[in-house]
Design a binder for this molecule. Structure first.
Ligand code: HPA
Ligand code: ZN
Length: 345
């Protein structure tokens, strides 16, 4: 998978990384709203942002501070039209900056306590349909449990998802601060989701815990792991995940911040099925083209390894088999054409 990248850091690899067609499966809608859209909606709803004039409204100083900011961004979305506008703007940015063709987006129902679940989803579906019509991007939704809440709140969220089914909602996720929400707390919510045919993913091992990854795999029955970097501390668990072909949604910038060292290359080398994603691209700020080039240049991945990460992502999507096959075929021919257009280093 990895080989010395002779052109790492060169403009050639940058252009190739940017122009690759991509899927995105680890992206939180509130963290993907362009800052101008966020400011407009907050003004329209009369909700103050935490920065003063001239300061970056998306500045944050630590993970905990980021999570506080994330909650404040959630708080400005009040109406169906706000959700529609936010997701449309996020998808426009993803298309333009990362050449993203298919996205499964997290949103955080319990972080909008004054907005009924149905209003949130209906607005998001409106925006997704408009973006597909105008921009060609296809998006689906993953309501995500805020793990700092009690188990009963997670169960209630899953009950709402089940009671108000829309085809665009494919499964559930779980995010926020792992230190305040151990995975074992959410067994009942995950079982209920599974019983109702929902796919399941969860953040785990974002800051290095292998145990959180193990419990998430063994007790929550997940189809994917988000981040998962801590798995590198447990070789036996790595082997089990490789044998099962369990997908991992890695995020380059966040992995460096949270782990303090490059880890995605080592996960790929270990044989894990890693895709590359952008997490909270507008807030960080980053985009998926930058994430791909960042991985290549810091982890010594060559073009072929980047293509493998794209295809790992395609295989890990929650599309049905025929749609996944169609996406795979489209990506293979586009990537072939891109390789011919930009002869490799
Ligand atoms: N980790 C945990 N919680 C989050 C994240 C993340 O990467 N992004 C938004 N909420
Ligand atoms: Zn995340």
């Amino acid at each position: 998978m990895t080989s010395p990248a002779s052109g790492a850091g060169s403009a050639g690899l940058d252009v190739f990384a940017r122009r690759l067609p991509k899927v995105e499966m680890h992206c939180h809608l509130p963290g993907a709203i362009p800052v101008e859209t966020y400011l407009d909606i907050s003004r329209a709803n009369g909700i103050p942002v935490r920065s003063t004039a001239g300061e970056d409204p998306y500045a944050f100083t630590s993970f905990e501070d980021f999570l506080e900011l994330y909650g404040m961004i959630c708080a400005v979305l009040r109406t169906r039209a706000d959700f529609e506008r936010a997701v449309y703007a996020a998808l426009e940015r993803q298309t333009r900056t990362g050449n993203v063709r298919y996205a499964e987006l997290f949103f955080s129902p319990t972080d909008h306590p004054s907005v009924p679940y149905a209003t949130q989803v209906d607005g998001l579906v409106d925006g997704i349909r408009a973006a597909e019509h105008d921009l060609g991007i296809v998006a689906r939704l993953i309501p995500s449990i805020n793990r700092t809440l009690p188990a009963a709140a997670a169960v209630e969220m899953v009950e709402e998802v089940v009671a108000y089914r829309r085809d665009e909602v494919l499964g559930i996720g779980m995010d926020n601060n792992e230190a305040l929400g151990p995975p074992a707390r959410f067994v009942e919510a995950y079982r209920m989701a599974g019983r109702h045919g929902l796919k399941r993913t969860a953040h785990a091992g974002e800051r290095g815990s292998a145990e959180e990854v193990a419990v998430t795999i063994d007790e929550l029955g997940v189809d994917r792991i988000d981040h998962g970097y801590g798995i590198l501390n447990d070789p036996e668990l790595v082997k089990r995940a490789v044998d099962r072909g369990l997908p991992f949604t890695g995020c380059w910038t966040v992995s460096l911040i949270q782990m303090g060292r490059p880890v995605l290359g080592r996960m790929i080398e270990a044989g894990l099925r890693v895709s590359i994603n952008s997490d909270d691209p507008a807030v960080i700020p980053t985009d998926l083209g930058r994430e791909f080039h960042g991985v290549a240049s810091t982890e010594n991945l060559d073009r072929q390894a980047l293509v493998q990460c794209v295809m790992n992502g395609v295989e890990a999507t929650w599309l049905d088999d025929s749609d996944r096959r169609a996406l795979r075929g489209r990506f293979e021919s586009e990537i072939h054409a891109l390789q011919a257009e930009l002869p490799g280093e």
